[in-house]
Design a binder for this molecule. Sequence first.
Ligand code: 5RP
Length: 229
Amino acid sequence: MSDTLKRAAAERAAALVSDGMRLGLGTGSTAAHFVAAIGERVRGGLKVIGVPTSEATRQQAEREGIPLTTLDETPELDLTVDGADELDGQLRLIKGGGGAHLREKIVAAASHRMIVIADGSKHVETLGRFPLPIEVVPFGLKATEIAIAKVLKGSGLNPDLRLRAKDGNPFVTDSGNLILDAHLGRIEKPDALAAALNAVPGVVEHGLFLGLATGAILATGEGLVELGQ
Ligand code: 5RP
């Protein structure tokens, strides 16, 4: 998606923000446009506070001059705006392409509303074409991989340990964990898969966001399409 379209979706979401709001600030290239748009409005006098969903977003928000808080200080948020790797017609999401889905999910769950801003091509019939990120603790990695493979049996290939493109070393999340990417193709029963993965010791969080997004702003060649609220 062109940067212009990403920015258009982000600016539409930024227009939903008003004085006094407590915001969750998402992670990724689309969410970065939202953070930039909020930064511009803050410099123009908008009064908000934000909880960043990653260290990268924290750094950007600080540069933009957005006042930041934590969920410890502000455990309830009004609105989170974040990107997604896939979303379906029921606003179920796959997130974690940037490896931030643990904090993203905690922040989204603490928010009254979560608006997804994304490229229209991320809107799919059935989730699963995008590999499902599963964050795991480093301890017992092999045993956790085997337990996850049992859960996924018949659903696809064994998950891949995510590596950093720059040096081939394991990707380490902001919380010091590792990520397994599961190539599933189609996720027919997201709720059942989410529950099964949640039950595996060593799994910290997976990228299925179910019942969290309340709306979406999709940027397409024909303009913006809004789903939910
Ligand atoms: C990070 C995420 C991102 O929101 C997702 O990867 C989309 O990113 P982008 O807007 O760059 O396509 O879940 O963990």
